[in-house]
Design a binder for this molecule. Structure first.
Ligand code: SAH
Length: 423
């Protein structure tokens, strides 16, 4: 017996507005839509078709969002059913189990398992911290399918030998408002996670460093997994140096730098709770932490304070929060990045290291480099780039979805002027 395949409401695009979708860009903006045929419920699967009615891709509909459809499948035989979620999740998780690369996924490690659009799963973020899994549903289409996605996730992880102890939802992010979704958090499968999940992160010479992750109340899903490899790269440049770690969060760079042989690391953050986390992380790794190494202050003001007091460092790490959330904020963000980098260079000892980051997707790597250059000119310094940093392999960027690239960083070494004949 054969059954007819289900048919879907059709979202017909305006003439000349279908190129992005045909090139597998996953976002269909409401302004590109000519008309909608049928009456798709919010969150329903729809077919996106050309102005002539030819199938382009199948996606999930949200009339309340400027991105009216998120595209999932470019094959009309794909039905976005339970079997589809299982296959899509298996594909993303198999990539994390790939023994290739220099950063294997340890059973006790932290890893992003699903990076939304960049893994072909718009609206879904899944992070693993050891046996605890944290999920974020960022779109309506994913939100209404959460139960099926959680069930598929449990099956796929079990099949990969990584059965989760529990899955916790942290959908308490601002972007949900753009989808007319309220924040929601809670246990979605298995046991409730402990207050502090402990993970290992590879340190110098693959030594395992321990970090506590607060999956309930920590930033993002609890930890900045995206900086994992960069922490190690930067730490290697901190050996024997005194370091100022501005925007420290729970001391990720500090633990790595001290383990790599830094003489001292001073951490600055506005949040007392995260500084307390930094202290616990340093202690858990047997690393020195004086009260004076944890400074609760505004990072920008603290840099100026160091300058005013004549305090200098052999290395400065700048990892501020996202400063430009929209195109309109780029100019102001550029000024803030320039300001922080200028003062950081002014308090850097000759020959010192500046490790500087931006996680604002609106600030390209190219623009960021120009901003750091402008800061160096103002500071009267002439540093050289010794490493360019970006996202780790578990936060991949699809070529067809450049919006997925947000993290950029530079390790710069100050080059003191060569002493001249009279110097
Ligand atoms: N480097 C960290 C992540 C930094 S995230 C890691 O690898 O884990 C940015 C941090 O900046 C957050 O902890 C946030 O609390 C802090 N922050 C935000 N605004 C700040 C400000 N004005 N001054 C200092 N810290 C700030």
């Amino acid at each position: 017996m054969t059954t007819n395949p289900p048919s879907y409401p059709q979202v017909r695009l305006k003439h000349g507005r279908d190129k992005a979708a045909r090139n597998r860009h996953p976002w269909v903006f409401s302004g590109a839509i000519e008309r909608i045929e049928g009456e798709p419920a919010p969150g329903a699967a729809v077919d996106v078709v050309t102005s002539r009615g030819d199938f382009i891709a199948r996606g999930l509909f949200n009339p309340a969002s400027q991105i009216a459809v998120r595209l999932h499948a470019w094959d009309p035989s794909e039905h976005l059913d339970d079997a589809y979620w299982r296959r899509a999740l298996a594909c993303a998780i198999a990539a994390r189990c790939d023994p290739g690369g220099d950063d294997p996924w340890l059973p006790t490690g932290g890893r992003r398992l699903v990076n939304a659009e960049s893994d072909g799963l718009p609206g879904l973020v899944v992070d693993a911290y050891g046996e605890w899994v944290v999920l974020q549903a960022l779109t309506l289409g994913i939100d209404v399918r959460k139960a099926a996605i959680v069930a598929a996730l449990v099956d796929v992880l079990a099949a990969a030998g990584r059965a989760p102890a529990g899955i916790y939802e942290r959908s308490d992010v601002d972007v949900r408002a753009k989808e007319a979704l309220a924040p929601t958090v809670g246990v979605r499968y298995g046991e409730a996670p402990p207050d502090r999940v402990v993970i290992d992160e590879p340190g110098p010479a693959d030594q395992a460093l321990r970090f506590e992750v607060d999956v309930r109340a920590g930033h993002k899903t609890g930890f900045y997994l995206d900086q994992r490899l960069n922490r190690r790269r930067v730490a290697a440049w901190c050996r024997g140096r005194t370091v100022l770690n501005v925007f420290s969060y729970t001391g990720g760079f500090a633990v790595q730098a001290l383990a790599a042989g830094a003489r001292r690391v001073v951490n600055v953050d506005t949040s007392e709770a995260v500084l307390d986390g930094a202290r616990r992380n340093l202690e858990a790794n047997g690393l020195a932490c004086e009260p004076a190494d944890l400074v609760e202050a505004d990072g920008f003001s603290h840099l100026r304070r160091c300058r005013a007091l004549g305090e200098s460092f052999d290395a400065v790490i700048l990892d501020p929060p996202k400063l430009a959330a929209s195109a309109g904020q780029v100019e102001r963000a550029a000024r803030a990045y320039k300001d922080a980098n200028r003062v950081a260079l002014q308090i850097l000892r000759p020959g010192g290291i500046l490790a500087t980051f931006s996680c604002s997707g609106r600030v390209s790597a190219d623009l960021f480099q120009k901003i750091v250059f402008a800061a160096a000119v103002d500071a009267g310094r002439d540093p050289q780039i010794v490493a360019r940093l970006g996202q780790p392999p578990d936060h991949p960027v699809r070529l067809g979805f450049p919006e997925g690239e947000y993290l950029t960083g530079l390790i710069c070494r100050d080059t003191p002027p060569v002493a001249g004949a009279g110097g």
